[in-house]
Write a protein that binds this ligand. Structure first.
Ligand code: 0JX
Ligand code: SF4
Length: 315
């Protein structure tokens, strides 16, 4: 048996920054730290920090006044920031800069009087945060069918934005439907689906052609990881989205000569290695790395954290 390891896979620049940010906050302030939503959508990462004493909350009412609170990589709405201020919380914003970019576009289009169509998944943390920037101006669509239901006049002043972790292929169908109905529709010069999402999808799309089985490491609530698994499935491969080697089933390997392994942007390399070790141990597989795209994106830690670091060094 052969295992192909897809590159790029796993942590993106935004996740690296958010996780380092929480690690550093724990190092500086001990475990009495709160995070609004999961820092990233990954069970292993959340369990690890929970064991270290970090508390993840979905309601700010659950955070004691004056505590340290991190905002997750997916971003938050201005309303959440306002509640945090009212509760006198010391906030550190671990939102990925590429999510913030979409927030800023929403603000810009809304101020200029545009109707904004956001392509994204209802109820997703990032979508809730982005819509909160201009709730009166933004309409969410998920599919090309949703576009047909829009009630704007044909000559409406209109623009579209997208969630950062969509399927490139599916989003392009929705965008084509929007352009057909509203040829005047505007969009940001650089698209919102981020480099990490695009590159991981491209790698799976190319490399899955060589495999009968595709294993995607990632959690079920991780949008970008789920899209990788669906993409492999569309390529008529048997594909599974798993949190770790403990979920692997022997029957998946019947008649399989080549397994492709990849990981969503929030899945740590340690869970990938666990799976590789398992397959090598059970099936004597040979492992090959395959790189479709090099990545060298890095984001700095949030300025609030850097300020706190400097302040603590001066004490
Ligand atoms: O569910 P998503 O893919 O948006 O988030 P996840 O799995 O935490 O990935 C990293 C954070 C992505 C933000 O855009
Ligand atoms: Fe940022 Fe993209 Fe990573 Fe999301 S998937 S955190 S937008 S780099």
């Amino acid at each position: 048996m052969k295992v192909i390891l897809a590159n790029p896979r796993g942590f993106c620049a935004g996740v690296n920054m958010a996780i380092k940010c929480l690690e550093e906050a724990v190092r500086m302030f001990g475990s009495n730290i709160y995070v609004y939503h999961e820092i990233v959508h990954n069970r292993y990462v959340v369990d690890r920090f929970t064991q270290e004493g970090v508390t993840f909350v979905d309601e700010l009412e659950d955070v004691p006044e004056g505590s340290i609170l991190l905002f997750s990589a997916h971003g938050v709405s201005p309303a959440v920031r306002a509640i945090a201020r009212e509760r006198n919380l010391q906030t550190i914003d671990a939102t990925c800069p590429l999510v913030t970019k979409v927030h800023l576009e929403a603000i810009k289009y809304s101020r200029a009087g545009y109707n904004i169509i956001l392509i994204g998944h209802e109820g997703h943390d990032e979508v809730i945060g982005t819509m909160g920037e201009a709730p009166e101006s933004i309409t969410l669509v998920e599919t090309a069918e949703d576009v047909q239901k829009l009630e704007f006049p044909a000559d409406a002043k209109i623009a579209f934005l997208t969630q950062t972790t969509l399927s490139v292929q599916e989003a392009s169908q929705v965008i084509a439907a929007l352009r057909e109905r509203f040829p005047q529709i505007e969009s940001p010069p650089k698209e919102d689906i981020c480099y990490a999402t695009t590159n991981r999808q491209e790698a799976v799309s190319i490399l899955s052609q060589e495999a009968e089985l595709v294993l995607v490491l990632g959690s079920q609530n991780s949008s970008n990881s789920k899209r990788l698994q669906e993409l492999a499935n569309d390529n008529a491969k048997r594909s599974f989205l798993i949190d770790g080697a403990h979920e692997i089933r022997a029957e998946w390997f019947e008649g399989v000569e080549t397994v492709l392994i990849t990981a969503g942007a929030s899945a740590p390399e340690v869970v990938v290695q666990e799976c590789v070790d398992y397959i090598v141990r059970e099936y004597g597989a040979e492992v090959a790395q395959r790189t479709i795209q090099e990545e060298n994106v890095k984001f700095p830690l949030p300025k609030e954290l850097r300020r706190l670091q400097t302040a603590s060094q001066q004490q």
